[in-house]
Design a protein around this ligand. Structure first.
Ligand SMILES: [Zn+2]
Ligand SMILES: [Zn+2]
Length: 755
């Protein structure tokens, strides 16, 4: 009989691979064994040649959450008298490895079970199996076995134990396996913790509260969430006031795909992503007149929509029978609450009632946010369902720990040729979020048992991440590599695509400290591994009030005018729209040059243009003006562009003066704001091409928050490709600052490699 050794690599641990292989082998009459290997799974299989071929073919097409990246087979001598196929235990050393599955959405089989009367797990909110359920949020340490998860407090009943031990069962070695007899239970609580109901009564009580228009704090998979009826304007407004969140869109969870289709236009590709094991929040197009009230996402043509990804969410949404706003349980800039005591102390004034349970959450993991673009998905926030999946690290240097930037913080740990990126931790604006960053560092190092030998951080001295990196470098006596913000952006995108040689990086975002002490953000850099060179940038303009400009686009507009045509070029109608009282102090500030840091930020140029086009003249959340400019441009047909004036030799400075002049002429002659917005987007594609030609390199990488803009990204890629360049955008990480820690780790690893 032929025998083969098979090495399988990919996402194959903690996702039911071994029992699946067991069943497939048994079905084809094969003998041998399967076991976990440090980098995946190894098998030896023996039987008829045709059966072996069929088995190999089976392995190549296993369904999600298993993801087979590579299968290698090699012939072995026959083993005599082998009668069975078995699942072999892996040695402790072999499983203490950085292959940790993310949390996985409820699989179809488990969904069917909880919906079926008479099943042991009918209506049980903590049902899971080897293909689905909590992982990263309940694993305390590796190797991944029940005693090292938060399920250790729930001894298996005899029925569950039988399933757990049976290799032919879907729950074979499913570490979080549970049932109503032995597993976690629900409880309904008043703010402060007074218990109101338990088990199914708790669930029904929560549903009734939601239907009454109340706010529910729900202990979900990776933390507490705040839920209200998405069809009630009053309930949504109340949540906005309590959460101090004026206009920023909320995500909405729909009871099922059909309900989502009723409210939004969803393509097949989008449905596939929504129902995948990652089950992210997806930004989809809203339909007009759907039942979700406009207050959920004011003025936004898209809606962050998702489907229930745990049995608990499923049962709750089914009981309510309508879409629910489902947002992170936090106040303004604080991180999401995930422990029961902190939930009551921090969310007590936000929620009317709490639906909690007795399964502890080890680490907070927020919902991921994606958008499906013409050429595939774009990650906007990488957390549940994606973290802590590893990606390859260029360079085989010593272990490196990178602390990221200030917004959309993440921590990256590079070791053994790979990088593990933490879940999205939010902005580091509050002391609580700085604490979370420090705890995440401790958690990652303990979890993967890595001792970093170098640290990386941003160039900005005042970021909480930089200060933490400095403290750790001093305490551990390690070298600290300070990576310029936009260098990190470019390096991250290049590394994602395995580009080793020099590339032109277009790093376009809101804010990042440059090597010259000014704020950068409209950059063309030649990134060559650990080194970079600035070859182009936007001509800097002053920002009256500095950081205040982020939420007040008219400040950027004033600064842009001051640096180009002069403040008097502002049309009187716009001056009135800006508020005459607000405009005069800005002009005075610019005249005196007080508190007017200069910036080459493209994000601020977006804000300025949005204000000048009359699209968003006043205040809003960060990025709102740019988003509204994008939405306006989407409504217009492509028609025309605005010119630039390029200056300089080695460093090509893009002066927007002619752009501003043409734009103001359009505004003055009554051109629709949509057309103005569209022409501005076309001008940015021209800018990209101008810098690409100047850079003279075939590969161009696009990174930075501006490339969250789907229209801009599409236009730039199209323009560059038409001129013969290879343009690459982010795929595995977000284009925003969520990729910075990865970029820093890459730069530090390449520096170590070269030194
Ligand atoms: Zn399942
Ligand atoms: Zn049980």
């Amino acid at each position: 009989m032929p025998r083969v050794r098979i090495a399988v690599r990919g996402i194959v641990q903690g996702v039911g691979f071994r029992p699946t292989a067991f069943r497939l082998a048994a079905a084809r009459g094969l003998t041998g064994w399967v076991r976990n290997h440090p980098e995946g799974v190894d098998l030896e299989v023996q039987g008829a040649a045709a059966s072996l071929q069929a088995f190999l073919a089976d392995l190549a097409v296993l369904p999600a959450p298993i993801r087979v990246d590579q299968v290698e087979a090699e012939a072995l001598p026959e083993v005599a008298d082998e009668r069975v196929f078995e699942i072999r235990a892996s040695g402790a050393g072999e499983t203490a490895l950085p292959v940790v599955p993310p949390d996985l959405a409820t699989c179809p089989d488990c969904a069917q079970e909880i919906a079926t009367p008479g099943e042991r797990r009918h209506r049980y909110p903590f049902t899971n199996c080897t293909y689905c359920g909590p992982r990263y949020t309940l694993i305390e340490s590796l190797p991944y076995d029940r005693p090292r998860t938060t399920m250790k407090g729930f001894p298996l009943c005899s029925d569950c134990a039988k399933e757990y031990r049976d290799p032919s069962d879907r729950r074979f070695h499913a570490q979080p396996v549970a049932c109503p007899a032995c597993g976690p239970q629900l409880r309904l609580e008043a703010p402060g913790g007074l218990r109101l109901a338990e088990r199914d009564d708790a669930l029904r009580g929560a549903a009734e509260a939601l239907l009454r228009g109340e706010t529910l704090a729900l202990k979900g998979l990776g933390g507490y969430q705040l839920l209200v009826d998405a069809t009630s304007a009053g309930a949504v407004q109340r949540l906005r006031q309590r959460k101090r969140r004026e206009e920023k869109p909320f995500a909405v969870m729909f009871p099922n795909p059909e309900a989502l289709q009723d409210a939004c236009d969803v393509s097949d590709a989008e449905t596939a992503l929504l129902t995948s094991p990652a089950a992210p929040i997806l930004l989809v197009r809203r339909r007009k007149g759907g039942i979700v009230v406009p207050e959920v996402a004011p003025g936004n043509p898209r809606l962050g929509a998702f489907l229930p990804y745990t049995p608990l969410h499923r049962l709750l949404l089914e009981a309510v029978g309508r879409p629910l706003v489902c947002t992170s349980g936090n106040l303004a800039d604080e991180p999401m609450a995930f422990r029961d005591d902190e939930a009551h102390s921090r969310l007590g004034t936000l929620a009317d009632v709490f639906l909690a349970h007795d399964r502890p959450i080890v680490r907070p993991v927020d919902d991921s946010v994606l958008r499906m673009d013409a050429d595939g998905p774009t990650l906007l926030r990488r957390a549940r369902g994606y973290a802590p999946l590893a990606v390859p690290l260029p360079g085989e240097g010593p272990p490196v720990l990178a602390l990221g930037a200030h917004q959309k913080a993440t921590v990256a740990l590079g070791f053994q040729g790979r990088v593990v990126l933490s879940q999205h931790l939010g902005d580091l604006a509050s002391p609580e979020s700085a604490d979370l960053l420090a705890r995440t560092v401790d958690d990652l190092l303990a979890f993967f048992r890595v001792r970093p030998e170098r640290l990386a951080c941003d160039l900005h001295p005042d970021y909480a991440s930089t200060r933490l990196a400095e403290r750790l470098a001093a305490a551990w006596n390690l070298p600290l590599i300070r990576v310029q913000h936009h260098h990190a952006h470019g390096a991250a995108c290049a590394a994602e695509h395995g580009l080793r040689g020099p590339v032109l990086a277009l790093a376009w975002d809101g804010t990042g400290l440059g090597t010259d002490g000014t704020i950068w953000g409209g950059e063309a850099l030649i990134v060559d591994g650990p080194a970079f060179r600035r070859v182009g940038h936007l001509k800097p303009f002053p920002l009256p009030g500095g950081e205040a400009a982020v939420k007040e686009p008219r400040r950027s507009a004033a600064g842009l005018l001051a640096a180009t045509l002069g403040l008097e070029a502002l049309p009187p109608a716009l001056r009135d729209a800006f508020g005459a009282g607000a405009w005069a102090p800005l002009c005075a500030m610019l005249d005196r040059g007080v508190n007017c840091p200069r910036t080459s930020s493209l994000g601020r140029l977006f804000d300025a243009v949005s204000a000048l086009a009359g699209i968003h003249p006043e205040r809003g959340f960060e990025g709102q003006a740019a988003m509204e400019l994008e939405f306006a441009a989407e409504r217009a047909a492509p028609e025309g562009t605005y010119p630039w004036a390029f200056q300089g030799g080695a460093v090509r400075v893009a002066d927007p003066s002619p752009l501003v002049e043409a734009l103001l002429h359009d505004v003055a002659t009554g051109t629709a704001p949509e057309v103005v917005a569209r022409r501005f987007h076309a001008a940015l594609a021209d800018l990209a091409l101008g810098w690409a030609r100047h850079g003279g390199l075939p590969d161009v990488v696009l990174s930075g928050g501006c490339f969250q803009n789907a229209l801009l990204t599409g236009l730039v890629i199209e323009r560059l490709a038409a001129a013969g360049f290879r343009a690459h955008r982010h795929r595995a990480f977000p284009p925003n600052d969520g990729c910075i820690a990865f970029g820093q780790a890459t730069v530090a690893a390449l520096q170590a490699h070269g030194s």
